[in-house]
Design a protein around this ligand. Structure first.
Ligand code: ARG
Length: 272
């Protein structure tokens, strides 16, 4: 098989802060809820494979990118990984785990790729390599409609919920003054605490935010994004052969229209 010596072209730095909050307020991080792994069976595609198995680590709590539906892990990332595995002539296996565990599973060869709406940032670049980016996103703030919070400036001194180990939690701690960040195993639990008044706001990526407030009339998403980011596929540090192959596959599925087809299956143009 051809060896790809392509350089990793990940050039993204951390997310870009869009809100006007400045200063480094002290932050207290509450302990995470006890670990509950999604009880979903790992899924294997039926594609003929000659090139072995590609194991994707994910955290299926993040619709529409990865979530559990009828005991199966589905979503945009899963379908994209299937397209990539197809390009590589490999069989895809999806492994559900805690979000933070993905970064430890890669160096230990427990998984081959991490795909979980993973934002590229500098801290993670010290642990893993990233493919080229495949999705632009924003961090959004969910609040109760009657909370009086109308912009991220109003979050100063408030309790903010976010998923453990995510950039949502990191940004909240970095950019909101005197914030108390409470980290949850999944954003849905943070939203539940928002509804019952335990936290004042939840920070989460844009498309999952939309899906989390669906059917919840008392909640809304603040208009101004908190930050802008890009998702990429995480790969074991130094595995430039796999990174190269994945970038080739990504380029192919972008060129041949499969990416666009998948995109429109999950998102409308207005989500862009
Ligand atoms: N984009 C954010 C990050 O990389 C959140 C990702 C959470 N993904 C998930 N599957 N739960 O930190």
């Amino acid at each position: 098989m051809k060896q790809y010596k392509k350089m990793i072209t990940t050039i993204l730095l951390g997310g870009v802060l869009l809100g006007s909050l400045a200063g480094c307020g002290s932050s207290n991080t509450a302990t995470a809820e006890s670990t509950i792994l999604t009880e979903a069976s790992s899924k294997t595609t039926t594609t003929e494979s000659t090139g072995g198995v590609l194991v994707m680590g994910t955290n299926a709590t993040f619709p529409p990118f990865e979530y559990v539906d009828q005991n199966e892990i589905v979503g945009f990332d899963v379908e994209m990984a299937e397209l990539i595995a197809n390009e590589l002539g490999m069989e895809l296996k999806v492994q559900d785990m805690e979000f933070e565990a993905i970064f430890g599973a890669l160096p230990n060869d427990m998984i081959d790729i991490g795909m979980a709406g993973i934002t590229v940032n500098e801290e993670r670049l010290t642990q893993v390599d990233f493919s080229d980016g495949y999705f632009d996103t924003k961090q959004m703030v969910i609040v109760k409609k009657d909370s009086g919070i109308v912009s991220s400036d109003d979050l100063v001194g408030k309790k903010v919920g976010a998923q453990l180990g995510t950039t949502s939690a990191t940004f909240a701690k970095l950019y909101i003054e005197d914030v108390k960040v409470i980290e949850f195993n999944k954003s849905a639990l943070a939203v539940a605490d928002l509804m019952n008044g335990t936290v004042d706001a939840v920070i989460v990526d844009a498309a999952p935010a939309q899906s989390l407030i669906k059917g919840q009339d008392s909640l809304m998403i603040l208009e101004t994004p908190f930050a802008e980011e890009e998702y990429a596929i995480a790969i074991k540090k130094g595995n430039s052969e796999l990174t190269g192959k994945i970038n080739e596959a990504l380029a192919t599925i972008k060129e041949n229209g499969q990416y666009d087809e998948l995109y429109s299956k999950y998102f409308s143009e207005t989500d862009k």
